[in-house]
Design a protein around this ligand. Structure first.
Ligand code: MG
Length: 367
């Protein structure tokens, strides 16, 4: 099989809640998503998606993804997309860094590998573990009482895991964590995710002030050293996300005992191929994982479900159904949340069909 044409689509995904706010007052109202279509010399077509959380969450942005795909396209035309190893080696040679640019392409290659073998991607990634994948709900940053109300609201939709967006003023964040903790029920999980927003002194204030609560602390500071310093002054369970962006950092952080769990985002590490490597390594190190992406629509939600469902249940902390956060469907066939869980599909590949009414015409075509 050979790639004969690459089509790139841009699609806006408005947030159902209106505005998603996290640390430092950063927010997004409409997500800029890019869908990649790999046309081949067979009748099979592969699809992938990349959707950064605005331009200021990770070093990634929508227009950058599309420009990067344009850089890689001449190297991809004529190659076998099902040879995911050589494809990734070639992308890493042709374009240094820029993992998010490669993520949607790698995803589309896995979709094709599934279609050509007749297997869903989760079976190619190691096989299905358990019946379904548990989801968390991100609680956008608001005043403390509203965030507590939203925990109750999303519990009614079936969620049992909640991730509070903090990383603002430490006193306000302490109030947010306390308010949400008060409405928490037995069996539920609460995470306070600062998304790098606290200075190290602010992080110290917050972890000291909430030390009596049953809450995880996620990525308090932007610097790894400051995360590690915070980790060493708290007894609370600890998750690292933004600074664990590859195997090197995972091994270093594991050696430092810097966390109890990691957040594994497909595009942060460069696609499903690299996420699988990190997933398997984390399983070997006995580290639980939040398996997800930075953001996304239906195609990314499907990829998350396949990666998560092929991860041993013991090491799955949670995952995200991003397609339930946004108002536009970019594909049909993606997993739909049921009682706070989702399942990877059983159709070959990612099991999705793009919705061209919403994707419109390609913004770029390479042949
Ligand atoms: Mg996080």
């Amino acid at each position: 099989m050979k790639i004969t044409e690459i089509r790139v689509y841009q699609v806006d995904l408005p947030l159902m809640e209106g505005r998603y706010t996290w640390s430092d007052g950063r927010f997004v109202e409409v997500f800029d998503s890019t869908v990649i279509e790999l046309v081949t010399d067979t009748d099979l077509i592969g699809y992938g998606e990349i959707c950064p959380l605005g331009p200021f969450y990770l070093p990634a942005y929508g227009a950058g993804a599309r420009a990067g795909i344009g850089e890689l396209a001449p190297f991809l035309i004529g190659k076998d997309p099902t040879a995911v190893g050589p494809i990734n080696s070639m992308m890493d040679t042709a374009l240094l860094g820029h993992p998010y640019v490669k993520s949607g392409i790698d995803m589309a290659c896995w979709d094709l590998l599934g279609k050509v073998t007749g297997k869903p991607v989760c079976e190619l990634l190691g096989g299905r573990h358990g019946e379904s994948v548990e989801l968390y709900r991100a609680i956008s940053q608001r005043p403390a009482d509203e965030m507590a109300e939203n925990v109750a609201k999303y519990r009614d939709e079936g969620y049992r895991k909640f991730q509070l967006k903090v990383g603002g003023d430490p006193a306000a964040d302490i109030a947010r964590i306390r308010a949400a903790s008060e409405v928490l029920k037995s069996g539920e999980t609460l995470v306070a995710d600062a998304n790098t927003g606290w200075r190290v002194d602010a992080a110290a204030r917050v972890v000291n002030a909430v030390r009596d609560l049953d809450v995880y602390i996620e990525q308090p500071c932007i610097s790894y050293d400051h995360c590690l310093a915070t980790r060493r002054r708290t007894q609370l369970p600890f998750i690292l996300d933004e600074c664990v962006d590859g195997v090197d950092m995972l091994l270093r952080a594991h050696a430092d005992n810097a966390m109890d769990a990691i957040n594994l985002k497909i595009s942060k590490v460069g696609g499903l191929s690299k996420a699988r490597l990190i997933r398997d390594l984390a399983v070997s190190l006995q580290l639980p994982m939040v398996v997800e992406d930075s953001w996304g629509g239906d195609i990314i939600t499907s990829a998350i479900a396949h990666l998560a469902h092929s991860t041993p249940e013991r090491f799955r902390f949670s995952s995200t159904d991003f397609n339930s956060y946004v108002t536009v469907e970019n594909a049909s066939g993606a997993p739909k949340r049921l009682d706070g869980t989702m399942m990877a599909g059983t159709e070959p590949g990612l099991g999705i069909s793009p919705n061209f009414d919403n994707l419109g015409k390609p913004v770029a075509t390479y042949a």
